[in-house]
Design a protein around this ligand. Structure first.
Ligand code: SF4
Length: 369
């Protein structure tokens, strides 16, 4: 798979070893150099060809002209009191996406975007307000994880006895609908998962979708054991369609695809449910959700809404969330209330990007961390 950007330089974060080998050999270089280059990038965290000291100076200069490792700039950053760190990455075409690092003791999670903007247009979401600008390439998706991976590694202890921390989990829950950019997303996941890549186990990777049944079935057949999270947000067909303009797929069809996913992968589905005060938090909403969840091997994640400036939806109080959870549990549904991370920064997806575009790009040095 090649991932050549607009300026013809090969984006190395999007290539597989066989492609890189063939590319080098076609130019008269030894094919085994591909493994050395990828080892420098993923295992040794190199960000420049100058660091690749086992390559000849000539090859390094040749690569400098024809290839690139990272191709984004970090143009804004926010750090929450709980340690959640959100980066705004800007690509050479000046399009930006958000990427988030969520540290929790030994667990380090990267939340990645799959598109610039989002075509789904959920009424309560900042990312959906402006629609989608373009798909990300596989390399651009991998690059987000690679940047977090380097930050995590550099955050560790300094003595040789201490094992450096590692990026352990990836969630595709940032901007965009991953299954609407299927080939690039699956290509990226294969690199994140590969032993020569970031080496993150498929069971530590979660793909979150609003629910495209055909693509869910296709994903089930990929032979990857990813976790699948379905953004349900309403178990009532009419309400779901109001909240999620792309949610026009009949629920029965969607649930059928999810059941197929479980059958093929053995992975339980997670139903994501953002609690929007008074909109989908009524007793009848819990009752309908219990019926839908009861049809699947699944667990339910309840997340209190993070308000988005300019949108009318409200965050419910803690007691209301607990009452909703209790109503599900009484009906035998495995439901958890998840804590929103990064509450004091622009925590909802798309907020940092919107603010940066409204006020002009906020550079890291203006927002010291
Ligand atoms: S919530 Fe997710 S799917 Fe919906 S508009 Fe936002 S980014 Fe897109």
């Amino acid at each position: 798979m090649s991932d050549v950007g607009s300026d013809v330089r090969l984006h190395l974060l999007g290539v597989h070893p066989a492609t890189l080998r063939a590319w080098l050999e076609a130019a008269g270089h030894a094919g085994y150099r591909a493994d050395q280059i990828l080892d420098w990038i993923y295992a040794k965290n190199a960000e420049s060809f100058g660091q690749m000291t086992n390559l000849s100076k000539g090859l390094r200069a040749w690569l400098e002209e024809r290839a690139e490792i990272g191709r984004s700039r970090i143009t804004a950053e926010s750090v929450s009191r709980d340690g959640t760190r959100k980066l705004l990455l800007t690509w050479p075409d000046n399009q930006s996406v958000e990427t988030v690092w969520i540290p929790e003791e030994d667990r380090h999670t990267a939340c990645l975007s799959s598109q610039v903007g989002c075509p789904v247009g959920c009424r309560f979401c900042a990312s959906g307000l402006d629609g989608v600008q373009r798909n990300l390439t596989a390399g651009e998706i991998v690059e987000q994880a690679w940047r977090i991976h380097r930050l995590v590694a550099s955050s560790g202890g300094t003595t040789p006895e201490e094992r450096p921390p590692r990026l352990s989990n990836v969630v595709l829950m940032g901007m965009g609908e991953p299954l609407a950019n299927y080939d690039a997303v699956v290509g990226a996941i294969r690199i994140l998962n590969a032993p020569w890549g970031l080496g993150i186990g498929a069971r530590k990777i979660t793909l979150s979708t609003v629910g495209l049944p055909k693509q869910i079935r296709r994903l089930a057949d990929e032979g990857l054991q990813l976790n699948l999270a379905l953004s349900l947000h309403a178990a009532d067909e009419t309400l779901r369609q109001e909240l999620i303009p792309w949610g026009k797929v009949p629920l029965a069809e969607l649930l059928g695809a999810c059941a197929y996913y479980f059958k093929k992968t053995g992975r339980e589905i997670t139903l994501e449910y953002v609690l929007l005060d008074g909109v989908n938090t009524r007793p009848q909403d819990a009752a309908k959700l219990a019926v839908v969840a009861g049809k699947l091997r699944c667990n339910v994640n309840l997340l209190r809404y993070n308000p988005v400036p300019g949108l009318a939806f409200r965050r419910p109080g803690g007691e209301a969330a607990q009452a909703f959870q209790a109503a599900l549990r009484e009906r035998g549904i495995n439901a958890h209330i998840r804590t929103s991370r990064g509450q004091d920064v622009e925590a909802a997806c798309g907020q940092l990007r919107r603010r940066a575009s409204e006020v002009g790009v906020l550079r890291p040095e203006e927002n010291p961390v």
